[in-house]
Ligand binder design. Structure first.
Ligand SMILES: [Fe+2]
Ligand SMILES: [Fe+2]
Length: 417
C-alpha cells in the first residue's frame, strides 16, 4: 500500500542527539553516565549494571543509613535501584539489544541507499535505478518499506542507548568497527560499514518454519530451506558494482536476471533479519526484571514482528529464475514455490501469517505464535545466526570478541523476583 510520506522537521542525527541530551538531563545528580568501573565478581563489567547508582545511594544515606538495619538497608537499596538504576541483567540485555539494533541500522542503511528512499529521515545514498526496479517487482512499495524499516532501526538503536544513559548505564558504540567496504555501485555512499551484504548465505528456513503446522524449533524440530541455492555459498543482496546492474534490453523494464536475483536475495534476507528480531525480543524479555524494561522489549519487539510480517509477504513474490553469478560462478535459482515438487502448506506463498503449530508441549493444542521463543542462550544464538549468514565476513577479531562479550553477559541475565 502506498502512503503519503510525512516530513520530519529534524534529521535523525539531531533527534537522536536530542534524545541523548534529554536522557542525560534526567540522570540522578550523583551518577556519572559514561565512566568505567572494575569488573564485578562474576567477571561482568559492572559499569553496565547500575553499580554507580547503588554506591552513590549508599554514600548519600550517611548517618540515616547507619541507623538502618541490614535488612531494611538492602530493601531500600533495591527500591532505589528500581527508581534510578538497572539490574545487572537488565543492563546487559539492553546493551546486547543496542548492539543488535546498531547492526540492523547499518545493514538497512545500505539497503536504503541503493533501493529505498534516501531523504532527511534516512539520509545517505542516492538510489540505484535498476536495483530499485528489481525490488519493485516484489512490491511497488518496496522502497517505502525499506526506508521505514531503516528509520525504525535507527530509532530502536537511539532509544535503547538513550535509555541506558538515563539509568546511569554505559551505552553501546560499534563505531570503531565500521571498517567494511561499501558497494561500488552507483547510489551507495563510500563509508566504512559494520555489515557485509555482498557475501550472504541467507537462511530461508523461516519460510517453511512459519508455514509448518506441527514443527517448532523450541521442541527440537528443523525445517527445510525455501531457497537452498542462496542458503549455500556467498551471494550479494545489493549490487557489488555497476556490473551487477547492467540493463538487459530483452527483459521487462530492462532488469537482467542477475539484478533480479540480487533483489530476490534481498527480499528473503529482509525477512531473515526481521524474524530474528521477532524472536530475540520475546526470548530476552523472559529474563528482564524491571517492568519498564519489559515494556521496552515488548514494545520494540512488536515492531520487529510488523517488519517480519511485511517481508514475509514480499519474499513470496520473488519471480522464479535461474542465473549464473559471473563473480562467484554459482548458479542462483529461485523456484516457483507454489508448484510441484514444492507447493502445499510448507511453501504456499500466500500463507503469510504464522500457521498454528505446537507450543510448549505437543499435548497442548496448536496455536499461532512467534517461534522460537525459548530464552536459554538467546543472545549468543542470535549472534551465531547473524554470523552464519555471512553478515560479518571481513570483520575483525576484536569485533567478534566485543559482540561475544555482550552476548555472554546478556545470556547470564536472570530475572530477579
Ligand atoms: Fe530493530
Ligand atoms: Fe529489525
Amino acid at each position: 500500500m502506498r502512503r503519503i510520506q510525512t516530513q520530519n522537521p529534524g534529521s535523525p542525527e539531531s533527534l537522536l542527539q536530542k534524545d541523548k541530551t534529554m536522557a542525560k538531563e534526567n540522570l540522578p545528580a550523583t551518577v556519572p553516565p559514561e565512566t568505567t568501573a572494575p569488573s564485578g565478581e562474576d567477571g561482568i563489567d559492572s559499569s553496565s549494571h547500575g553499580a554507580h547508582p547503588r554506591r552513590s545511594f549508599l554514600k548519600g544515606l550517611g548517618v540515616v543509613g547507619a541507623a538502618l538495619s541490614a535488612g531494611s538497608l538492602l530493601t531500600t537499596v533495591a527500591e532505589a535501584e528500581d527508581r534510578h538504576g538497572l539490574t545487572k541483567g537488565d543492563a546487559a540485555i539492553l546493551r546486547f539489544l543496542a548492539a543488535a539494533e546498531i547492526l540492523e541500522t547499518d545493514l538497512w542503511q545500505q539497503y536504503n541507499e541503493l533501493g529505498g528512499i534516501p531523504d532527511n529521515e534516512v539520509p545517505g545514498g542516492s538510489g540505484n535505478r535498476l536495483y530499485t526496479s528489481a525490488l519493485e517487482v516484489l512490491d511497488e512499495d518496496m522502497p517505502q518499506y525499506i526506508h521505514d524499516n531503516t528509520e525504525d532501526e535507527l530509532t530502536h538503536e537511539g532509544f535503547i542507548n538513550a535509555y541506558l544513559v538515563s539509568k546511569g548505564a554505559e551505552p553501546v558504540s560499534l563505531d570503531q568497527f565500521r571498517n567494511l567496504p561499501s558497494s561500488q555501485a552507483t547510489g551507495a555512499q563510500q563509508i566504512g560499514r559494520l555489515t557485509n551484504l555482498m557475501q550472504l548465505s541467507v537462511d530461508t528456513t523461516w519460510f517453511t518454519r512459519y508455514r509448518s503446522r506441527t514443527g517448532n524449533p523450541d521442541l527440537g524440530d528443523t525445517f527445510p530451506q525455501a531457497i537452498p541455492s542462496i542458503a549455500m555459498g556467498q551471494h550479494p543482496a545489493i549490487p557489488r558494482s555497476d556490473d551487477d546492474v547492467q540493463p538487459d534490453r530483452s527483459k521487462p523494464h530492462h532488469i537482467s536476471d542477475l539484478t533480479q536475483a540480487i533483489a530476490n536475495t534481498a527480499g528473503f534476507h529482509f525477512a531473515t533479519i526481521e524474524q530474528g528480531g521477532s524472536s530475540l525480543y520475546p526470548q530476552l524479555a523472559q529474563r528482564v526484571t524491571s517492568l519498564e524494561v519489559l515494556r521496552i522489549l515488548l514494545s520494540i519487539g512488536g515492531t520487529e514482528i510488523c517488519h517480519f510480517q511485511t517481508w514475509s509477504d514480499k519474499a513470496g513474490n520473488s519471480p522464479p529464475l535461474s542465473v549464473v553469478d559471473p563473480v562467484t560462478g554459482l548458479t542462483v535459482t529461485f523456484p516457483d514455490l507454489n508448484s510441484s515438487p514444492l507447493g502445499g502448506e510448507d511453501f504456499q506463498t500466500n500463507l503469510i501469517m504464522p500457521e498454528p503449530t505446537a507450543f510448549l508441549s505437543r499435548m497442548l493444542p496448536a496455536v499461532s505464535i512467534i517461534r522460537p521463543t525459548a530464552t536459554k542462550g538467546a543472545a549468543m544464538g542470535a549472534l551465531r545466526a547473524l554470523t552464519a549468514d555471512g553478515l560479518f565476513i571481513g570483520q575483525s577479531k576484536d569485533f567478534f570478541k566485543f559482540m561475544r562479550t555482550l552476548a555472554v553477559e546478556a545470556d547470564l541475565a536472570v530475572r530477579q523476583s
